[in-house]
Structure formats: C-alpha cells, structure tokens
Design a protein around this ligand. Structure first.
Ligand code: PDD
Length: 280
C-alpha cells in the first residue's frame, strides 16, 4: 500500500505507521478488549447503528464502560471515513482495558485504549461469487462466549489456519455434532428452500450480516428456521452460505472436498446475494 492508512488513537488522528501504544496495554498483554469491523460503501458505513449496539453489548459483557456515546462514535466514524482516501473502506475499531502493570484483576483507574484504522475494503472476487468457495470443517474448540467480539482470537486463528493449509476459504465449525459458525464468518444451510440458521446463542458471534440475512429472507420469500443444525443436515444441505461484513454472502460449494448440493451456488444464494447488493 503506497498511501499510509489513517488511524485514530486515543483522541488523535495520525498515519497508521506512527500510531504507538505501550507494551503494557492489556490488549497486548492479555487480549483484554473487544473490536468491530465495519464495511463502508461509497463512504457510507453499512449498519453502523447495529455495529455500535453490538460493541456496547460486548463492552457490557466484559464489564468495560463504553468510552463514547453513540453520537460520539458516529461523529468519529464520519471523520475517519472523510479522512481516508478510499471510497470502499474497512473500518476497524478496537477498545482495550488500557495500560496498567501486568496483573490479572481489572486495573483501577486505567483509561481504555481506543484505536481505529481504515483500510481499503476487500470484498469477494467475482470468481468466488459465481463459483462459490471451498471450505473444510473442524471441531469448534473455542471458549463458551463466542458471542463476545473479543480481540483474543487465538482459537479463531488456529482454526482459520486449518483451511489455509488445506487451500480453502474458511473452516466450518461443529460443536458436539452441531453447526456453530466458521472461524471468521457465520454459516447458514439451505434445505428444500428453507434457510436453517444456527441459534444466536453464546456459541456464535451475533453477526451483523447474519441479522441482515434473517431480515432480508422474508422480503425475498425465503422461509427461515432458527434452530440447532446437525452435522448430517449440513452435509446433506442443498446450499451452504458464509456471511460476514467482508464476505457479504458467499456460497460454499465444497466441504472437505465433497460437493454441497450440485456443487454450484444455489438459487436461494443467488436471490439473497442480489438482494444484499441492493441494500448496501
Ligand atoms: N469477522 N463469526 C466470527 C467468528 C467472525 O469473526 C465474524 C466477523 C462473523 C461475522 O460477523 P459480521 O457479519 O458482523 O461481520 C461471524 C470480522 C469481519 C473480522 O474478524 O474481521
């Protein structure tokens, strides 16, 4: 990248390469923080209110008070988007419990570290949209609070690497024989024209794209069942989808080398993908 990305750190806008934090930041030492990733289309953040609500929920879940009001966050997003040189942007936001001597208990009086950066938004290629993507599966060995968008992503990273090493796009995760999500995406199955959505419980991230898909489905006439989805149902599904803020909706056409449905993106996927494009 020849143009240095823009960053915001604790009140100051600066080039990303100049942004520095203490090695005692609890984000660095403990992974003690939460984050958001917001896609920006034509300089307009997509579903910002929902991202800010999830951020607030996650801060509450880790007992860290939100350092800014929704209006302040909105203003900050507006400003960093204005300063960045790209039309399509990926805004990353991270809040940690701040800088303090290394000790497990929450520090008294530490100021949360607020960090944001903007990068160009990298979406799926037209080849991936048209032909779908290959995924592999693995056992979901992460903790039981996957609903918290924690910066402690070691489990997710180790699981993502399984697919990297298999030359696949994502790792689809099963816990006790049921679908949870993928290493950095939510997953839906489609069977007989019905979307099967895993429960929005503590074992998956409540994706903003997951919510968007469930909101769009009735508008385009696709019924949804939100319930536990077994491995057998996933393996015999007509369609499988990945969703995330960066991937939008993508069809999984092979899982562990075996075709899903007829091995091509299905009719429901095409409908959902097309509708998604009109909403962003
Ligand atoms: N990842 N599940 C996990 C584990 C994720 O990391 C993500 C997103 C999602 C989808 O959430 P959303 O629709 O809100 O993007 C589901 C982001 C993009 C990331 O880590 O960069």
């Amino acid at each position: 990248m020849n143009q240095d990305s823009i960053a915001y750190l604790n009140g100051t806008f600066q080039p990303l390469s100049e942004a520095k934090i203490s090695v005692l930041d609890r984000g660095f030492i403990f992974g003690d923080g939460v984050y958001e990733f917001v896609p920006v289309y034509h300089r307009r953040p997509f579903r910002l209110a929902q991202h800010l609500q999830r951020l607030d929920n996650c801060l509450k879940a880790i007992k860290l008070s939100n350092p800014k009001s929704a209006a302040e966050w909105e203003a900050l997003f507006q400003e960093i988007i204005r300063r960045a040189p790209y039309e399509q942007q990926a805004v990353y936001l991270q809040i940690t419990r701040g800088v303090a001597p290394r000790d497990h208990p929450f520090p008294q009086g530490a100021t949360p570290t607020v960090f944001m950066m903007v990068n160009p938004l990298k979406l799926a290629s037209s080849e991936q949209i048209e032909n779908g993507v290959a995924c592999v599966s693995a056992d979901d060995f992460r903790w039981h609070r996957c609903d918290i968008k924690s910066i402690s992503l070691l489990g997710n990273i180790l699981l993502r690497q399984v697919s990297v090493e298999a030359g696949a796009m994502e790792t689809v995760l099963f816990r006790n024989g049921f679908l949870s999500e993928a290493s950095s995406s939510n997953v839906f199955a489609v069977k007989n024209g019905v979307i099967l959505a895993p429960l929005r419980d503590h074992l998956i991230l409540p994706g903003i794209t997951y919510d968007a898909v469930l909101e769009f489905a009735p508008k385009i006439g696709i019924p949804v069942e939100t319930r536990p989805v077994s491995r057998a149902e996933v393996l015999t599904a007509d369609e499988l989808w990945l969703t995330s803020s960066g991937k939008e909706v993508l069809a999984i056409t092979t899982l562990d080398g075996k075709p899903i449905g007829d091995g091509k993106p299905g009719a429901a996927f095409k409908k959902m993908w097309a509708y998604y494009q009109t909403q962003k």
